[in-house]
Design a protein around this ligand. Structure first.
Ligand SMILES: NC(=O)C1=CN([C@@H]2O[C@H](COP(=O)(O)OP(=O)(O)OC[C@H]3O[C@@H](n4cnc5c(N)ncnc54)[C@H](OP(=O)(O)O)[C@@H]3O)[C@@H](O)[C@H]2O)C=CC1
Ligand SMILES: N[C@@H](CC=O)C(=O)O
Ligand code: NA
Length: 370
């Protein structure tokens, strides 16, 4: 018999809206084999709640509906209670970047609620939260809900699933390296492409374009300070079995100019950034004099347990130098693959490709519980 699956969606920004569109399509295409419906959709300030558990309309969903018709969001204990009362299998989709919500994943999982999310915070903050999440989850044979987070690294690219498959099948991952940020990739590919003699445009202009394109974190400083990449490396290093206390427990280079570290808002930061275009321009010009380009990269050396994030210079013939758009490139060096790495490459940011990663996790959950 087909099981009934109810979903609660929190976060209706760029990724959340794209996810709702893709979920509507999935439900339409698969209605003969699986019954999935959304019963709760929320942002910070408002929520649509289907008290009788009838499906909320998803086609042509607009977040304005939340503000117009929504009520106050439920607290986490009330949301857990509400989902339990549905009597169905349930999935929480967290499309926010909230650490407060991520801190409560163990509670959802212990209540048997499954989770799919692109939010890195739960998996890259203190190690205790990581341990609590996977102790509560059903993924490793435990009794709780399943948790999947493919889009936390490389957006929809198969990065988490690849590293898990390598590890679970007994391969030994020795090193992971590459470009892990769609924003940083776009910034340097656009600002200092291999085809140019140094910078072709102001760095601050490209930051604004990346923000408008939906590549950056809600606050672009979270990309420029290197922490977004550090969070991704924390997740991958933990999947390789390394104990990483937090994303600030290894060297991370920040591109935030010192005088702007005290900017109190994202807007104040963006307004001040053009004053520092020449600093980063100089770095690009100096690299160009050596026939190189600068790119923002990260690496995990599993054997020496060394993790680092920052700017490096690359010959223009290097695959990292020649990336385009918001592409990520992630090279996995393993015992089985030898000197020639297993490589995953493609768009690493953007609403649609991220939502695809989240929906693919929802489908994995459905296939386990239906
Ligand atoms: N954009 C991308 O390319 C990628 C994004 N991600 C991750 O996806 C997530 C979403 O990103 P994106 O859509 O770009 O971000 P947005 O800023 O566009 O959207 C965030 C949404 O979350 C809501 N929200 C934030 N905090 C809370 C909260 N405590 N309770 C309820 N709702 C909340 C916001 O509502 P409100 O406006 O009311 O505060 C908003 O609807 C982030 O974790 C990001 O790191 C991962 C990979 C790629
Ligand atoms: N801001 C991030 C979004 C995806 O994780 C990035 O630019 O890579
Ligand atoms: Na991914």
């Amino acid at each position: 018999m087909t099981k009934d699956i109810k979903v609660a969606i929190i976060g209706v920004g760029g990724v959340g809206k794209a996810f709702i569109g893709q979920l509507a399509n999935f439900i339409k295409k698969n209605s003969s084999t699986v019954s999935v419906s959304a019963v709760y959709i929320a942002r910070s300030t408002a929520a649509l709640i289907s008290k009788d558990f009838s499906p909320l309309p998803l086609t042509a969903f607009a977040s304005e509906e939340l503000d117009a018709a929504g009520t106050a969001p439920l607290s986490v204990p009330d949301l857990i209670q509400f989902l339990k009362e549905s009597g169905s299998e349930t999935i929480l989709i967290d499309n926010t970047s909230s650490i407060e919500l991520a801190n409560t994943y163990p509670d959802f999982l212990k209540a048997g609620i499954n989770i799919a999310t692109p939010n890195k915070k739960g998996f890259s903050s203190e190690e205790k939260l990581w341990n609590d999440i996977f102790a509560a989850a059903g993924n490793n044979g435990g009794g709780g809900g399943y948790v999947f987070h493919e889009a936390t690294v490389g957006a929809g690219l198969p990065v988490i699933s690849t590293i898990k498959d390598l590890v679970d099948t007994g391969d030994e991952v020795t090193k992971v390296e590459g470009v892990f940020s769609g924003t940083m990739s776009f910034l340097f590919n656009e600002f200092a492409p291999i085809s140019s003699n140094g910078p072709v445009r102001a760095f601050s202009d490209v930051v604004k374009i990346a923000k408008d394109a939906g590549y950056t974190e809600p606050d672009p400083r979270d990309d420029l300070n290197g922490l977004d990449v550090a969070r991704k490396l924390t997740i991958l290093a933990r999947l390789c079995g390394l104990d990483i206390d937090s994303p600030t427990s290894f060297p991370v280079q920040s591109l935030i100019p010192k005088p702007l570290e005290s900017a109190s808002t994202s807007q104040e930061f963006m307004e001040g950034l053009p004053n520092f275009d020449s600093d980063i321009g100089l770095l690009a010009e100096n690299a160009q004099k050596e026939g190189k380009v600068i790119r923002f990269v990260g690496s995990i050396d599993v054997l020496s347990k060394a993790v680092k994030v920052g700017l490096e210079k690359f010959d223009i013939s290097h695959p990292i130098a020649g990336l385009k758009g918001s592409d990520n490139i992630i090279a996995f060096y393993t015992k089985r693959y030898g000197d020639r790495a297993l490589i995953v490459q493609g768009a690493g940011a953007g609403a649609e490709v991220t939502a695809m990663g989240v929906l693919s996790d929802v489908i994995k959950i459905i296939n386990r519980i239906k």
